[in-house]
Design a protein around this ligand. Structure first.
Ligand SMILES: Cc1cc2nc3c(=O)[nH]c(=O)nc-3n(C[C@H](O)[C@H](O)[C@H](O)COP(=O)(O)OP(=O)(O)OC[C@H]3O[C@@H](n4cnc5c(N)ncnc54)[C@H](O)[C@@H]3O)c2cc1C
Ligand SMILES: NC(=O)c1ccc[n+]([C@@H]2O[C@H](COP(=O)([O-])OP(=O)(O)OC[C@H]3O[C@@H](n4cnc5c(N)ncnc54)[C@H](O)[C@@H]3O)[C@@H](O)[C@H]2O)c1
Length: 449
């Protein structure tokens, strides 16, 4: 049996950040990770980093072999990151990484199923659960057993570019993977059960993304459900129903299931603890404490929005309870930027115009086509727009940027909104040239015209 002051279950963003900081303070830490392929967690190994590397490489792709090279590049890159993530924790004298699936026996005791078949018992004064999320596979006849079905992890590991990739879903992953694989040259079809993509966005932004996908040759079919999948020798045959009526069939050599990810609590033994689970996620208070004393849940496993930067922020909320005033809560995550890696990327924060209208907030709005910015011509991508909303008190209410470098620019808007910086400050700021940031001079300049 091993003891530590801090036991962290899962090598995710929040868990590894806390493990490092606690061990750097000299506290004993045991970090439990079920797979040696997952040191560093989802983002590094099978999520953000590999998908954004492939996305970036796809923008330069011109032949199918580029995909194969990109997958090799991706595998090497994440291998280095995984090793660095492991060493960063394992090298600290008071930290131990144990590789094996953990299961609770009681609130503070876990058994670890080791690779060699043995088990270890670990006891912690504080327990931090950071086991992430796992893909949801809908109950479609033949889907699970099909040899042509992938999740994001297995698709990115497959080094043959699909001829026809069919993606089930119309959310974050569906749209990003459609963009990437179409840019590599695959034929891509999206099967969306609703009448639109990305329900969290305003119609104008959704239309801009739909137009970008259409230009990449992606076919999007709305109100369409897959009712069955049958494997043939070299492809799968999908039976489709549109508006509840059986319509036609589609063949594909790869099917990506992108129908959401649910908190990873299966086989965690939570029934042996006082931790409360609701709707498949661990319930916490606003400081991420579960119902079990000295047990916290952080990251995707606690339900809600799934983003690496929110998991990182969860680590701050917990850290403050150990080495701060303990006042940080989930309230600080109410206003955060989001990015979709489409072509170009779409970044949003705060209110959209549609939301402002619906809530009857008084606002002024400005929209600028980014083709007017010299930098977009240098980048070779003049598509998109910058849109900002400003309130009566000159504070920024929200922004939607569909533009090259939108994923970087939105962070300045976030800072301004959090710090209460008026739009005039961003309008009159001296930015470097040529840059996308200069667009802020222009778009905020349109507010008072
Ligand atoms: C394809 C894809 C692209 C994404 N792109 C982005 C993006 O661009 N930007 C962004 O912000 N977010 C993105 N996300 C979401 C982001 O990856 C997650 O929100 C984030 O990684 C969640 O981290 P976490 O801290 O909850 O835990 P995770 O990083 O998921 O770590 C959980 C760890 O726990 C381990 N584990 C699970 N059960 C056990 C157990 N019983 N015992 C021991 N260990 C266990 C797992 O193996 C895993 O390593 C993407 C996700 C996917 C799938
Ligand atoms: N850029 C980023 O920050 C980024 C990128 C990728 C993923 N992520 C994170 O990963 C999470 C998972 O992504 P995702 O795209 O799988 O989830 P999502 O919630 O964004 O989208 C799920 C989609 O699947 C559809 N769907 C659900 N059940 C279905 C069914 N039975 N049949 C057909 N369609 C169904 C939904 O209507 C929706 O369109 C996201 O919530 C996001 O937080 C973030």
């Amino acid at each position: 049996m091993r003891n530590a002051k801090n036991v962290i279950v899962g090598f995710g963003k929040a868990g590894k950040t806390l493990a490092f900081k606690l061990a750097a303070k000299g506290e004993s830490v045991i970090l439990l990770e079920k797979s040696e392929q997952m040191y560093g967690g989802t983002c590094i190994n099978v999520g953000c980093i590999p998908s954004k590397l492939l996305y970036t490489l796809s923008t330069h792709a011109s032949q199918p072999a580029d995909y194969q090279r990109a997958v090799l590049n991706k595998t090497a890159t994440i291998g280095k990151l995984r090793q660095a993530n492991y060493q960063k924790i394992a090298d600290l004298p008071t930290a131990t990484v144990i590789t094996g699936a953990a299961q609770f026996v009681d609130n503070h005791t876990l058994t670890i199923q080791m690779k060699d078949g043995t088990t270890e018992t670990v006891v912690g004064e504080r327990i931090i659960i950071n086991t992430g999320a796992t893909p949801v596979i809908p109950p479609i006849t033949g889907l699970k057993s099909s040899g042509f079905v992938y999740n994001t992890e297995t698709l990115m590991a497959h080094d043959v570019l699909p001829k026809h990739l069919v993606i089930i879903g119309g959310g974050h992953i569906a749209v990003e993977f459609a963009t990437t694989y179409a840019q590599f040259g695959a034929k891509v079809t999206l099967l969306v059960r609703d009448d639109h993509l990305l329900p969290h966005l305003e119609a104008e932004a959704v239309a801009a993304i739909a137009a970008s996908l259409a230009d990449l040759g992606v076919v999007v079919r709305y109100h369409t459900l897959v009712t069955a999948v049958v494997d043939e020798e070299k492809q799968a045959v999908l039976s489709l129903a549109e508006n509840q009526h059986t319509t036609d069939t589609l063949t594909a050599d790869a099917i990506l299931v992108a129908t959401g990810r649910r908190p990873n609590i299966a086989n965690l033994g939570l029934e042996n603890t006082d931790v409360v689970v609701e709707d498949g996620a661990i319930v916490t208070d606003s400081r991420l404490k579960t119902a079990a004393p000295e047990v916290w849940a952080v990251g995707d496993v606690r339900g809600g929005a799934q983003f690496t930067y929110l998991s990182l922020d969860d680590s701050r909320i917990v850290w403050q309870q150990f080495f701060g005033d303990g006042q940080a809560t989930l309230a600080q995550q109410e206003l955060v930027p989001h990015v979709l890696f489409t072509n170009p990327p779409l970044a949003t924060i705060g209110l959209s115009e549609a939301q402002a209208k619906a809530t009857q907030v008084a606002y002024r709005v400005a929209k600028l086509s980014v083709a007017s910015l010299p930098k977009t011509h240098i980048e070779g991508n003049t598509r998109g727009y910058l849109k900002v909303l400003v309130g009566q008190n000159d504070q920024i209410l929200g922004a939607t940027f569909f533009a090259v470098a939108a994923q970087e620019m939105i962070n300045l808007i976030s800072l301004a909104m959090h710090q209460g910086i008026s739009y005039q400050v961003l309008r009159d700021q001296i930015y470097t040239h040529p840059s996308m940031m200069e667009g802020l001079n222009d778009v905020f300049g349109l507010i008072d015209r």
